[in-house]
Design a protein around this ligand. Structure first.
Ligand SMILES: Cc1cc2nc3c(=O)[nH]c(=O)nc-3n(C[C@H](O)[C@H](O)[C@H](O)COP(=O)(O)O)c2cc1C
Length: 224
């Protein structure tokens, strides 16, 4: 078996966060293959802290409706604190990808109602037919969350290889108490994010842009 670096780079380059899905379900065998591959992600002490609840069919529809209703009510209470701020280059990158999205869907700068409408799409799961809710044992703390970050990337890439589009969503995890309740996830686990997934609506403008990446000179501090 040979996967060339170019093959791998092409897989990474093809993946993007999908913000409009077709309704067709992903076959259970394909989802199982994605999870089977994603679980190969490394974790500290091989704890494999990730667990996911995966919704399909009517369960996705019930969850979508309840999440939407919760989002109307508000009550932001994530299990792990959201970033306290984005400054400097992080603020710039955050703004750039936000503007790229708003530009793609025709929301003009300053159109707060339009940007809020687009943001609320998070709570419709962007129309995805499936949602995975990812949690980690509370006792593993930030390192459990770190391991789960690797799982998110592995899941997204395994899905991409199977022609399945994904979007990780911290926005969904902002309603952690509701999610604990709805899915019966104990308080001994931290809900980290959702991953909505399915087949991309490739004609939708929300899927028409690609984010940028910093050059290696901004990432690596070479020594020696
Ligand atoms: C942990 C995590 C949480 C994210 N949460 C959201 C979210 O709530 N809503 C959203 O639209 N995108 C979310 N994203 C997607 C990022 O905005 C996206 O990965 C980033 O802009 C890079 O774009 P790309 O995934 O298309 O390469 C999240 C990504 C990650 C890794």
């Amino acid at each position: 078996m040979t996967v060339t670096p170019a093959d791998l780079d092409a897989l990474f380059a093809a993946r993007h966060s999908c913000r409009a899905f077709r309704p067709d379900p992903v076959p259970r065998a394909v989802i199982e293959q994605i999870v089977a591959t994603a679980r190969r992600a490394p974790s500290w002490c091989n704890a494999q802290p990730w667990q996911i609840v995966v919704t399909s069919g009517e369960e996705t529809e019930r969850f979508r409706a309840a999440l939407w209703a919760q989002a109307q009510k508000g009550g932001h209470a994530p299990d792990i604190p959201f970033p306290s701020g984005y400054s400097g280059v992080y603020q710039q990158r955050r703004r750039t990808c936000g503007w790229q999205l708003y530009d793609a869907v025709g929301v003009e700068k300053g159109d707060r109602a339009g940007s809020a409408r687009q943001m609320m799409e998070n709570f419709r799961l962007f129309g995805a037919p499936h949602c995975a809710i990812l949690s980690s044992p509370a006792e593993l703390g930030p390192y459990g969350a770190m391991d789960c970050g690797g799982f998110v990337t592995a899941f997204a890439l395994a899905a991409q290889a199977a022609g399945v589009a994904t979007i990780p969503q911290a926005a969904v995890a902002s309603f952690a108490p509701f999610l604990h309740d709805w899915f019966g996830i104990g308080d001994d686990r931290l809900i980290l994010c959702a991953i909505s997934f399915g087949y991309a609506d490739t004609d939708h403008p929300a899927n028409a842009f690609r984010t940028e990446r910093a050059g290696l000179d901004e990432i690596v501090d070479w020594r020696g």
